[in-house]
Design a protein around this ligand. Structure first.
Ligand SMILES: [Zn+2]
Ligand SMILES: [Zn+2]
Length: 322
């Protein structure tokens, strides 16, 4: 007999299914969009960038922007079981929640390793996360007689940025490959060693590609060739200047508003670019994420992507299961 509380839960679930009709509960590979905000921009509508693949019940996290830990809990996936994290690049809207996630994994008693893969600097980043959590570690080690240390569990592995497809990780369930995308311009790359990556996950039943942040990228098209799903960032550039100017007027980017504007326009995909890359790669489904601006009607994004891409287009929303 259904009690009132259970009826309410069913109603909530039913509304979620109605909202997200693409739910593929039968698939062994589920894609959950945890955070779909283009950033860095903390908003109440969307979390910063993070996506989860659940493959044969094992979670694989792609990016870890602000709000990821909370979004994992909301998704019903136990964050203690996240043992593989793939960072596309080290901008803060893609890794701000890493100290929170790894810190809480340790505090809550994870005793297995969590591997963090990412471009140049990822090893140092994870060492810094452990250092960030050092006081917490020291206090609890003494106070709770803890025997496992974060440095024994959490380490970063640097993935080479290359114009060729690079093998990153594989097990019986998934093969992960990467390629360098086009987020950092050549003049920046001449001055800094940092690089930016796109990832592809091939499982027994699906292939899913994550663009990361990138302007139009032939490398990404190569990586995504024939994939089932391309999760690609999308900016509606037209009309965004007025929104940007309002933020500048409110005090944002005070040291160089035009420098930041140039970065946003020059190193990110417009929604049309996302459609063009999806078409060139021949993917079945284009999922838009890293959405800017965060509250524009879906129809605007779909119309822009549709100019080049005739396949399925989904405008990503937090907690969408695909
Ligand atoms: Zn970003
Ligand atoms: Zn970025």
């Amino acid at each position: 007999m259904l009690n009132r509380r259970r009826l309410l839960q069913c109603a909530v679930l039913a509304s979620q299914y109605a909202l997200f009709p693409k739910l593929q509960a039968a698939s062994n590979t589920r894609l959950i969009l945890l955070g779909t905000q283009g950033g860095p921009n903390v908003s109440l509508q969307r979390g910063e960038t993070a996506s989860l693949l659940v493959i044969n019940d094992q979670p694989y996290l792609i990016d870890c922007g602000y709000g990821t830990l909370r979004a994992l809990i909301q998704s019903g996936v136990n964050y203690l079981n996240v043992g593989h994290i793939f960072l596309t690049h080290l901008h803060d809207d893609h890794n701000a929640d890493l100290p929170a996630l790894l810190g809480h994994q340790w505090t809550q008693g994870r005793i297995k390793a969590t591997k963090v893969f990412g471009p140049y600097g990822t090893d140092k980043l994870v060492q810094a996360v452990n250092l960030f959590n050092q006081a917490n570690t020291d206090i609890r080690t003494v106070d709770e007689a803890r025997s496992v240390q974060p440095k024994d569990l959490f380490a970063g592995t640097v993935v080479k940025a290359s114009a060729e497809i690079i093998a990153v990780f594989s097990n019986d369930d998934v093969k992960v490959t990467a390629i360098e995308n086009t987020h950092f311009p050549a003049e920046s790359k001449a001055k800094i060693p940092h690089r930016s990556l796109a990832y592809r996950f091939d499982t027994k039943d699906r292939s899913i590609v994550f663009s990361g942040d990138t302007a139009y990228s032939d490398n990404l098209v190569k990586l995504a060739h024939g994939a089932d799903v391309l999760v690609n960032e999308a900016i509606e550039k037209e009309g965004y200047r007025a929104i940007y100017d309002k933020r500048v007027a409110a005090g944002a980017y005070a040291d160089n508003p035009e420098g930041v504007w140039k970065h946003i326009m020059g190193t990110h995909s417009s929604t049309e670019d996302a459609g063009r890359m999806a078409a060139a790669a021949g993917v079945k489904t284009l999922v838009l994420n890293h959405i800017i601006p965060p509250d524009l009607d879906d129809s605007v994004f779909i119309a822009s992507a549709r100019k080049a891409f005739s396949g399925e287009i989904i405008v990503g929303k937090d907690q969408m299961v695909l």
